[in-house]
Design a protein around this ligand. Structure first.
Ligand code: MN
Length: 278
């Protein structure tokens, strides 16, 4: 373990500094702590497969929503109290969003034994292309990155017959790698794993986000009491083909790793807009 780069990263976090590891005299192998969360809820099978695999990397604390909160993106609960229930050793169930969980863990529950890495998942379903903007799984990891820690979001790209173990083992290997190498500040890795047995998984590719093709599909129906209702996102139409994208990698059986950061500024549009006479 090279502490140097890791420490550099850690000093950017408000509540972490580079010397606490040194003070504790820990070797990374025995001293590393990992926060696990998700958006499928604390009882999700994907979370438990992930935790089991991460035990080989470090000490795991789970702070996760008490129920499924998929597609809540980066929402934060500000208008009702958050309640926390400890439901097992180092396992906390929260009546909030994935972002609440990470924020609460890093600023509250775990602040005296702060984690070194945030891992979110394993989500039941891919988070590819445009999906990252809706995803609670991805934005939980983003919250970790925004609070100064390296972070991973891990999603299994299927809707049925989930094979969590190969994805979990890959996530653990990647977690160890990230802890060793560090990540640029403010960066998280969005990982999507094809739903394949381990021997069929192809090597990881570093990718960019693809683009989803949307159906014009708001479904309008009438409920049994005669009122109209609407259903969003019914049809899964697909993705635009694009070389080097996360979508293409997963479709070809590769694990996809996309580095994301939270600066949404469109830099090449700055000059264009500055020429406007406003
Ligand atoms: Mn989910």
């Amino acid at each position: 373990m090279t502490l140097g780069r890791f420490s550099l990263y850690r000093v950017r976090g408000a509540r972490y500094n580079s010397i606490d590891l040194v003070h504790h005299g820990m070797s990374m192998a025995e001293g590393v702590r990992i926060l696990v969360t998700n958006d499928d809820g604390v009882h999700s099978e994907g979370l438990h497969a992930l935790v089991k695999a991460l035990h080989s990397v470090g000490e795991v604390a789970i702070v996760a929503p008490d129920r499924e909160r998929s597609a809540v993106a980066h929402s934060l609960t500000l208008h009702h109290p958050l309640r926390v229930e400890q439901i097992g050793p180092q396992t906390y169930s929260v009546n909030g969003t994935p972002t609440d969980c990470v924020n609460l863990a890093l600023n509250g529950l775990l602040r005296h034994r702060g984690p070194h890495l945030v891992v979110s998942g394993i989500n039941k379903g891919g988070n590819l292309g445009d999906d990252v903007t809706y995803s609670g799984t991805v934005m939980a990891a983003m919250e970790g990155a925004m609070l100064g820690l390296p972070a991973l979001a891990v999603s299994l790209a299927t809707k049925v017959d989930f094979l969590f173990e190969p994805a979990a083992r890959f996530a653990a290997r990647l977690a160890a790698h990230v802890l060793r190498e560090g990540l640029p500040a403010g960066t998280m890795l969005n990982v999507n794993v094809p739903n394949l047995p381990e021997e069929a998984l192809r090597p990881a590719r570093i990718t960019r986000l693809g683009r989803r093709i949307y159906s014009n599909g708001v479904v309008e129906k009438v409920d049994p009491r005669g009122r109209t209702y609407y259903w969003l996102g019914g049809a899964d139409v697909g993705y635009q083909p694009g070389e080097g994208t996360d979508v293409e990698a997963v479709a070809a059986g590769h694990v996809s790793i996309t580095p994301l950061h939270f600066d949404l500024t469109h830099y090449s549009a700055l000059d264009l807009l500055r020429r406007w006479q406003l």
